[in-house]
Ligand binder design. Structure first.
Ligand code: XUL
Ligand code: CO
Length: 437
C-alpha cells in the first residue's frame, strides 16, 4: 500500500519554484567547498515525531490525520515501517533515527518487548536493503513508561536500573544489526524533581556506571558506533543532570568517560538552558566533542520544548558556521527532532515541514561557507584580539609573565585605545550575506 500516493519524489527546482513539494535551496548534488550538500548536511528523519507522534499535547488529544490511524499494535508498527520508507524515498533522506518504542510496541515484560522489536527490526533491515536511507542513530526510550517515574539510570530502585540496562543492551544490539552510525543517550528522566529526597551523588555515579557498561558491551559485540550525550537542562525533570554541554563535559570528565562520548546538540535544548544554539555548538566544537545535531527550533515566547521545524535563517547559518569550522559532523548528522504544529494535522504537512527545514539548513550552509571563504568572522576576531599577538599580550598568551610584570606594565597607563565591538555593523553585513546567496 502507498501512504503518500499523491506525492511524488521531492526534487530541487531552484529558488523561484512555486511548487510546494520541491526544494528551493537544498540541491543534494550541488557541491559546496568540494562536498555535495547531501554529504555535508546528512539529514535525518525522526521516527517519533513523523510516524509515531499524533499531535497530542498536555491539553488535548492528538489531531494528526494519518493513513495508518485505523491500525493497532504490531499491525500499526508494520504500517509505520512501510510508510516511513516511502517517506524517506520521497523526501530523499539519507538517514533516520528512532527510539525502541517508536518502532515497536512495548510488551508486558522486557522479554515480550524484545520479541516485538526483533520482528520490526528484521522488517526494517529488509527495507533498508532496497533503500539508500541509513540509520543515523537509535536510542532506548527510558522515560515514557511509568516505571521510569523516578529516573532510569538514576532511579532510586535497583530493579529499574537493571531494566534500563537491559533496554540499553538491546538498543546496542539493534544498532549493530541495522548498522547505526551513532548511539544516543538523552537523559529523559535522569535528573531530579526535588533535592529533598535525592541522593545526587549516588544517582550520578550510577548513571556513569551505566555508561561504562554500555561502552564495555558495545566493545564486546563489536558495535563501533559513536556514543552521544544529548544535553537538556529541564523537562521532564526539574533539573536534568546533562544540563548543557559544559555541565555534561564536567560529568564525563569526572567519571572518565570524556574520550568515549561526543555531544548531540539540540537547538531547543540550548535555548531552554539559556544559551543560543550556536553557543552550545561552539562549546562542544572547541573541546573536540561536537558529534551530531538535533535540528529544530524553540518558541522563545513559550519557554518549553516545542521542537519546531527549523526555519530561522540566522540560527541555521550560525549553526552551519560552527559545523563547517568543525570540519563537518563526521559520523553525525542533522536529525530533524521536530514535529509539525498541532494545527498542521494533514499528512502533506509532514512534507512541507521537512522541505522547509532542509531548505533552511541548505541556505545556512551556503551563507556560512561564503562567510568562511571571505574570512568574515575570522577577520573581525583577528583584528579584535590584535594586542595579544605581540609584546605583553603575547607574553600573557604564552604564559610567560606574572602579576608583578603586568603591574609594572599597567602602572602608568593613562589612555587605553579600546575599539568599538561594532556588533550592529556585523549583523548588517550578515544580512547582506543572507540576502545575496
Ligand atoms: C527530547 C529529545 C529526545 C532525544 C532522543 O527532548 O530531544 O527526543 O532526541 O531521546
Ligand atoms: Co532531541
Amino acid at each position: 500500500m502507498a501512504y503518500f500516493d499523491e506525492i511524488s519524489k521531492v526534487k530541487y527546482e531552484g529558488r523561484n519554484s512555486d511548487n510546494p513539494f520541491a526544494f528551493k535551496f537544498y540541491n543534494p548534488e550541488e557541491k559546496i567547498n568540494g562536498k555535495t550538500m547531501e554529504e555535508t548536511l546528512r539529514y535525518g528523519i525522526a521516527y517519533w515525531h513523523t510516524f509515531t507522534g499524533d499531535g497530542g499535547d498536555p491539553f488535548g488529544a492528538g489531531t494528526a490525520i494519518r493513513p495508518w490511524d485505523h491500525l493497532k499494535g504490531m499491525d500499526l508498527a508494520k504500517a509505520r515501517v512501510e510508510a516511513a520508507f516511502e517517506f524517506f524515498e520521497k523526501i530523499d533522506a539519507p538517514f533516520f533515527c528512532f527510539h525502541d518504542v517508536d518502532i515497536a510496541p512495548e510488551g508486558d515484560t522486557l522479554r515480550e518487548t524484545n520479541k516485538n522489536l526483533d520482528e520490526i527490526v528484521a522488517m526494517i533491515k529488509e527495507y533498508m536493503k532496497d533503500s539508500k536511507t541509513k540509520l543515523l542513530w537509535n536510542t532506548a526510550n527510558n522515560f515514557t513508561n511509568p516505571r521510569w517515574t523516578h529516573g532510569a539510570g538514576t532511579s532510586p530502585h535497583a530493579d529499574v536500573f537493571a531494566y534500563a540496562a537491559g533496554k540499553i543492551k538491546k538498543g546496542l544490539e539493534v544498532g549493530k544489526e541495522l548498522g547505526a552510525e551513532n548511539y544516543v543517550f538523552w537523559g529523559g528522566r535522569e535528573g531530579y524533581e526535588s533535592l529533598l529526597n535525592t541522593n545526587m551523588k549516588l544517582e550520578q555515579s550510577n548513571l556513569a556506571s551505566l555508561y561504562h557498561m554500555a561502552l564495555d558491551y558495545s566493545k564486546e559485540i563489536g558495535f563501533d558506533a559513536q556514543f552521544l550525550i544529548e544535553p537538556k537542562p529541564k523537562e521532564p525533570t526539574t533539573h536534568q543532570y546533562d544540563f548543557d554541554v559544559a555541565t555534561a563535559t564536567a560529568f564525563l570528565q569526572q567519571y572518565d568517560l570524556q574520550d568515549h562520548f561526543k555531544f548531540n546538540i539540540e537547538a531547543n535544548h540550548a535555548t531552554l538552558a539559556g544559551h543560543t544554539f550556536e553557543h552550545e555548538l561552539r562549546v562542544a566544537r572547541e573541546s573536540g566533542m561536537l558529534g551530531s545535531v538535533d535540528a529544530n527550533q524553540g518558541d522563545l515566547l513559550l519557554g518549553w520544548d516545542t521542537d519546531e521545524f527549523p526555519t530561522d535563517l540566522y540560527s541555521t547559518t550560525l549553526a552551519m558556521y560552527e559545523i563547517l569550522k568543525n570540519g563537518g559532523l563526521g559520523r553525525g548528522g542533522l536529525n530533524f527532532d521536530a514535529k509539525v504544529r498541532r494545527g498542521s494535522f494533514e499528512t502533506d504537512d509532514l512534507f512541507h515541514a521537512h522541505i522547509a527545514g532542509m531548505d533552511a539548513f541548505a541556505i545556512g550552509l551556503k551563507v556560512a561557507q561564503k562567510m568562511i571563504d571571505d574570512n568574515f568572522f575570522e577577520g573581525i576576531v583577528d583584528d579584535r584580539y590584535e594586542t595579544f599577538k605581540s609584546g605583553i599580550g603575547k607574553q600573557i598568551v604564552d604564559g610567560k609573565t606574572s602579576l608583578k610584570e603586568l603591574e609594572a606594565h599597567a602602572i602608568d597607563i593613562k589612555d587605553i585605545n579600546l575599539k568599538s565591538g561594532q556588533v550592529e555593523k556585523i549583523k548588517a553585513k550578515m544580512n547582506q550575506y543572507l540576502l545575496n546567496i
